[in-house]
Write a protein that binds this ligand. Structure first.
Ligand code: ATP
Ligand code: MG
Length: 312
């Protein structure tokens, strides 16, 4: 695997607060690497260090094998960035905004016109080319922000929480677009605090908490860290203590709880748990309305490693 970005022992402090603490990771060519972490975990700080927009106390960063510096324009022109805050010009239309940002890198007018159209198509803004940013909904504005960041067809693209506060349609459009950019050969860093997005989008994930990496790997590798294998929910009336005792006597059951009309059972192994459970419920003459099973999520991994929810 070709390493495109290498971050080694990166530490960034703000007056004694380690916003990023001894971070080391690599980004491989053609992958979508997810940086997943709650608010304040250091995602934006990491990205801003990679882009040389922030100085840092310790560590080193290379991009395409070269040391990243504020003056490394040859590297910077190969990187597209979509910042967390929307940054477009209010006085320019959708088309003019994208054309402006693309024009910073692509001087050839014919090629630029093609690139601008490509990026408009990628985020499906065809019907809004003549609109001004103030006339766009939040989701459309985010899509414009993305088009501005990627129009020059950079080899590396960094997205900092591009789907915060967008409607589901725009979210799907954005995630689809990012996948297409990867399929066209871009290498992508995607930061978010939404584990669902990471699960459907990213090839590999780094989980951050308080500036440190707490886990890294593919989705399957990470899920293997959560020692539970299955979670079953049963919608039913309040069970008797005896049912709790019976269920807990199974060595494969890690925990049983009842809350808000739902009995939840977590299993440490995947062993036809659902079939066994339904048999038990029948034997005990327990009536229920709905039963469903879930695999562990990245939240379970986070919970296991930090003792708290990703969404605290
Ligand atoms: N300019 C700054 N001065 C002081 N502290 C800062 C500054 N920027 C960030 N921090 C602190 O550094 C830590 C990491 O912040 P950062 O913005 O990188 O987190 P994040 O993971 O991007 O969070 P979010 O999901 O809210 O965007 C936080 O504790 C934050 O308060
Ligand atoms: Mg951030």
């Amino acid at each position: 695997m070709n390493t495109i970005i290498k971050v080694s022992n990166l530490t960034k402090e703000y007056k004694g607060l380690k916003a990023v603490n001894d971070l080391s990771f690599e980004v491989y060519e053609g992958e979508i690497l997810g940086l997943l972490g709650p608010n304040g975990s250091g995602k934006s700080t990491t990205i801003n260090c990679i882009l040389s927009l922030l100085t840092f106390s310790k560590g080193s960063i290379t991009v395409f094998g070269e040391e990243m510096k504020p003056s490394a324009y040859n590297i910077k022109e190969k990187i597209g960035v979509v910042f967390q805050e929307v940054s477009v010009f209010d006085e320019l239309t959708v088309y003019e905004n994208i054309d402006y940002f693309c024009g910073l890198y692509v001087k050839d007018k014919k090629k630029r016109a093609e690139y601008v159209e490509d990026s408009i198509a990628l985020v499906a803004l065809e019907d809004f080319k003549k609109f001004y940013p103030k006339q766009l909904s939040g989701g459309l504005l985010r899509r414009l922000n993305i088009a501005c960041g990627i129009a020059h067809k950079p080899k590396v693209i960094i997205f900092d929480e591009p789907t915060v506060a967008v409607d589901p349609q725009s979210r799907n459009n954005i995630l689809d677009g990012i996948r297409r950019l990867r399929d066209d050969g871009a290498t992508i860093i995607y930061t978010t605090h939404y584990m669902e997005e990471v699960e459907i989008l990213c090839d590999r994930v780094i989980i951050l908490d308080k500036g440190s990496i707490i886990a890294a790997g593919t989705i399957d590798e990470l899920k293997a860290l959560a020692h539970i294998e299955e979670k079953v929910s049963v919608h039913m009336g309040k069970p008797d203590e005896s049912l709790f005792t019976l269920l807990k006597s199974d060595k494969n059951v890690e925990a049983v709880s009842y809350d808000d009309g739902v009995l939840k059972i977590t299993y440490v192994k995947d062993e036809n748990n659902l079939v066994g459970l339904i048999d038990t419920l029948k034997e005990q003459k327990v009536s229920y309305s709905k039963v469903y099973s879930e695999r562990p999520t990245l939240n379970d991994v986070f919970l296991e490693l930090t003792g708290k929810d990703l969404r605290d």
